[in-house]
Design a protein. Structure first.
Ligand code: ADP
Ligand code: MG
Length: 502
């Protein structure tokens, strides 16, 4: 049926087919193969009628999705090819069934959903372990041809867990101790009151995924250790959740999808913020969430924001997300960065001089991932050339990384942010006033100016009301010293830095 063209089409069919093929090709290039396959491949061109192009999709859901996400782009692409086109209409293919629950659908679709249902009903106690590799437990049914068509959804439910992300390798410090304690607690006693759901949040690269994997590992391993069937654990990103859900809708196996999800004991969903604005998927997640929590199963969710800030997530879901334990991972402090570096260097078995660790901890403050990346580079470099890691070597090897961190933040931006943060006037940055409540923020701003820009000390001094370069030098060392002594102050400064860097 592809490229069936209506009678009023002004272009010959062959030509129109070519146009349509080009448009799809463009779109595929733009959105990438995965996205294209998930949503766009099933578009068929129905007609070009006057100013209107009609595109068909097999389900209502897909139609709404494509219209919502790609409608405008498709119109532009059509207009670029055929300026006569004014509108693109999306319709559900008449012969296609709307995406109703698969159980009511006769034919092959219901075959597909059968095994899960049978397993559940006949063997209520049987539990399937979720492993990356496959099913741990045989299903006890004869090998049927359809088993080839359909691999059990649970078999590849859970994304693989990173073997490095365990509690053993997680370095605990002030900024993450609360989140870590909560994660431990949930890993040891899943679904205890007050800890369900566990909502972990924090900026990029601060250890959310690490903690989630650590929880999953712990729960799985405990089951293996005491020889009993362990709790089934499924870990996946919210994005994967969405892909699975959409795939289920498309193959009309939503019942299966729901059942398989609802049969896990511990569900971990990473990067929930991905569901913002994805209403259908959110809705599905909400139902799964409720079903699991009501059945006394543990949910663990991570996000880059606290529940209250997840604008674009439905209120009722937000409320439920926030009603267990909410724990945040704060920006790292200098001390934590040093401990993490020490731990990683030790794991790598490569001696790294303290000076180098300090250098890295000072320079790379954005997140642990980058810190780790920098250290790994030094280690790889040292191994490659059979040379010890040195400070000079580090400066050289990390030249580009450090430059990238030297983002073009202006001194004005720094002054403004710092003034706002400490609630003083911007003009105080340049004023001669020496009262502590303005002098300290001014020092912080000078410190950040030194750290985040490539301005020289005299230049910085000039921007702060014509101060001498020795004043700036003093400010920089004073702030560094205070950061060492006072972790709350250090966090404050790091927070400012983070805001300025992003
Ligand atoms: P997020 O999911 O918050 O973006 P990740 O959990 O992926 O961050 O962490 C990024 C990297 O930093 C990972 O390699 C992780 O092991 C490491 N990491 C983060 N926090 C810690 C920590 N406290 N101790 C050890 N490694 C950490
Ligand atoms: Mg992550």
């Amino acid at each position: 049926m592809e490229n069936a063209v209506g009678p009023s089409s002004p272009a010959p069919q062959g030509q129109l087919a070519e146009v349509w093929a080009r448009i799809r090709g463009r779109l595929r290039d733009e959105v990438g193969e995965v996205e294209y396959r998930s949503w766009l491949r099933q578009m068929t061109l129905s007609a070009l009628q006057g100013e209107e192009v009609v595109i068909l999709l097999p389900t209502r859901f897909l139609r709404d999705w494509v219209r919502g996400h790609y409608g405008d782009r498709l119109r532009e692409l059509w207009q670029a090819e055929l300026p006569v086109v004014r509108r693109v209409e999306f319709r559900v293919k008449p012969e296609a069934r709307p995406a109703e629950p698969a159980a009511t659908v006769p034919g092959p679709a219901s075959n597909l959903s059968e095994p899960a249902a049978t397993t559940q009903a006949a063997r209520p106690a049987a539990r399937l372990e979720v492993h990356e590799g496959g099913l741990a437990e045989p299903l006890g049914r004869p090998a049927e041809p359809r088993a080839e068509i359909r691999t059990d959804p649970r078999a590849d439910w859970s994304a693989p867990l990173d073997p490095r992300f365990t509690f053993d390798t997680f370095v605990v410090g002030k900024p993450n101790e609360f989140a870590h304690a909560c994660a431990r607690r949930v890993a040891e006693r899943p679904a205890s009151p007050g800890f369900n759901p566990l909502f972990l949040y924090g900026g990029v690269g601060l250890g959310k995924t690490h903690l989630m994997h650590a929880i999953a590992w712990t729960i799985r391993e405990r089951g293996t250790a005491d020889g009993r069937t362990s709790l089934s654990v499924a870990y996946m990103s919210a994005e994967k959740f969405m892909y699975r859900f959409i795939a289920a809708l498309r193959s009309q196996s939503t019942m299966e999808f729901k059942e398989s999800l609802r049969s896990v004991d511990v569900l971990l969903i990473d990067d929930l913020q991905f569901l913002i604005g994805k209403d259908n998927t959110q809705e599905e997640f909400f139902h799964t969430f409720n079903a699991l929590v009501d059945a006394g199963k543990q949910i663990i969710v991570s996000s880059d924001k606290p529940p209250s800030d997840l604008a674009g997530i439905e209120d009722r879901l937000r409320t439920r997300l926030g009603c267990g334990m909410v724990a945040d991972l704060h920006a790292t402090t200098y001390e934590l960065r040093i401990s993490i570096l020490q731990s990683k260097a030790q794991q790598a078995g490569v001696p790294v001089p303290p000076k180098v660790l300090e250098f890295l901890a000072h320079k790379i403050t954005s997140n642990v991932r980058e810190l780790e990346g920098a250290l790994n580079r030094l280690i790889a470099h040292a191994n490659l050339f059979g040379r010890p890691v040195t400070l000079e070597g580090a400066q050289e090897v990390l030249h580009d990384v450090l430059r990238a961190h030297d983002r073009r933040v202006t001194i004005e931006e720094i002054q403004k942010k710092v003034a706002e943060h400490y609630n003083i006037r911007l003009s105080d940055m340049a004023s001669p006033r020496r009262a502590r409540n303005v002098a300290r923020p001014r020092q912080v701003a000078m410190y950040l100016a030194k750290q985040l820009t490539s301005r020289s000390l005299p230049e910085i001094g000039r921007r702060f009301g014509g101060r001498d370069h020795t004043t700036v030098m003093h400010a920089v060392s004073r702030v560094a010293e205070l950061m060492q002594q006072d972790s709350a102050f250090a966090e404050d400064v790091e927070l400012l830095r983070r805001m300025l860097e992003t």
